[in-house]
Write a protein that binds this ligand. Structure first.
Ligand code: NAD
Ligand code: UFG
Length: 331
């Protein structure tokens, strides 16, 4: 689900390259059918595509009837923290409603393997980084709360029926694009997230980068995050699927690099790639930001044999390639 989106499209490529047959279910709310062309030009195959809203139970059941589906990777969802604060019911209705429809359809179809896109945003700001999977959870916005509630639903499903094989992936900060530059992130409107904003300043679409706070207790005063290459993230889904072949129950994994990068450090990395300075403007702190977030990735490493391979330089270079050559033509 959500396979036309940023993370879903890279995961589709990884699945096809590993020999899986992929059926993408997406309502194109935040993506375009052109993504299929990108996937096709990378893999030589076009995934089956169902232009379906996940909240439409009959339509979802039709997809399960049409294809011999064995496992589901559920990346569909709305993801703007800001929008979720102004329109919480939209987030609860779409993210939780669609997951419940999906689970019902899976039960009817007898499919019990599900990998879900959760987020580091479920962790409490009172936990000390690095966050491991047992760190205290306390989402502070409706988007994060929708992820947290879905995690709880999945835990309850596993308690109620031992058939379920459920993997919860808590992504840290996904950035980058496929090295071919043929698929990537296409945010609509002015981006909220740092990397897409930086890229639009780099290409001249936006004038300067606002930096939200340089007075945090970090070495350069700006916030620190754990950026992870989307292609590494995509491989993490395959590793989770393979793990679930032999294990039932519910399992949680952080997907990050375990390394922190500050806002100013990321700006410098992008400047190296584009070989010119990025205009910046210091602003007040952004409400809700946590100073330092990075993952403890030991569990994914030991249980899934998964580790992020790509450096911050590679993340910036691949994101830039997508931004420069393709991002406008694929929206
Ligand atoms: P995205 O918006 O690019 O992709 C999500 C896809 O889901 C889109 O193609 C959209 O059209 C589709 N979709 C949304 N609601 C749907 C519905 N009701 N029915 C069918 N399709 C629907 O987002 P992304 O960055 O690829 O994120 C994928 C998942 O990962 C999301 O659940 C998101 O919350 C989660 N996540 C993302 C990040 C991030 O920074 N990108 C971080 C942590 C977690
Ligand atoms: N930032 C700026 N200027 C900008 C945008 C961001 O200075 O124009 C700063 C933020 O203040 C923050 C850092 O860059 O300090 C990272 O911000 P992002 O918005 O890129 O990422 P967040 O860590 O706030 O959150 C993102 C997603 C969430 C997801 C989380 C996972 O927005 O949905 O990563 O950890 F859950």
């Amino acid at each position: 689900t959500g396979g036309m989106g940023y993370i879903g499209s890279h995961t589709s490529v990884a699945l096809i390259e590993a020999g899986y047959q992929v059926v993408v279910l997406d309502n194109l709310d935040n993506s375009s059918e052109k993504v299929l062309t990108g996937i096709e030009s990378i893999t030589g195959q076009t995934p089956h595509f169902a232009h379906t809203d996940l909240r439409d139970v009959d339509a979802v059941l039709e997809v399960f009837n049409e294809y011999p589906i064995t496992s589901v990777i559920h990346t569909a969802g709305l993801k703007s923290v800001e929008e979720s604060v102004t329109n919480p019911s939209k987030y609860y209705e779409n993210n939780i409603g669609s997951t419940i429809t999906l689970v019902k359809a899976m039960q009817t179809a007898g499919v019990s393997t599900l990998v879900f896109s959760s987020s580091a945003t479920v962790y409490s700001s009172s936990s000390k980084p690095p966050f491991d999977e047992n760190a205290k959870t306390f989402p502070t916005n409706p988007y994060g709360m929708s992820k947290y509630i879905i995690e709880q639903i999945m835990a309850d499903l596993a308690l109620a029926d031992s058939k379920w094989r459920l993997g919860i992936l808590r992504y840290f900060n996904p950035v980058g694009a496929h090295p071919s530059g043929k698929i990537g992130e296409s945010p609509s409107g002015v981006p909220n997230n740092l990397m897409p904003y930086l890229m639009q300043v780099a290409i001249g679409k936006l004038e300067k980068l606002p930096i939200y706070g340089d007075d945090y207790e970090t070495p350069d005063g700006t916030c620190i995050r754990d950026y992870v290459h989307v292609v590494d993230l995509a491989r993490g889904h395959l590793a989770a699927l393979e793990f679930l072949e032999n294990k039932n129950g519910v399992h949680f994994w952080n997907l990050g690099t375990g390394k922190g990068t500050s806002v100013l450090e990321l700006v410098k990395e992008v400047e190296k790639v584009i070989e010119k300075p990025i205009p910046i403007e210091m602003k007040q702190r952004r409400k809700g930001d946590i100073p330092i977030v990075f993952a403890d990735v030991a569990k994914a490493s030991s249980q899934l044999s998964w580790q992020a391979k790509y450096s911050i330089e590679k993340m910036c270079a691949d994101h830039w390639k997508w931004q420069k050559h393709y991002s406008d033509s694929r929206q």
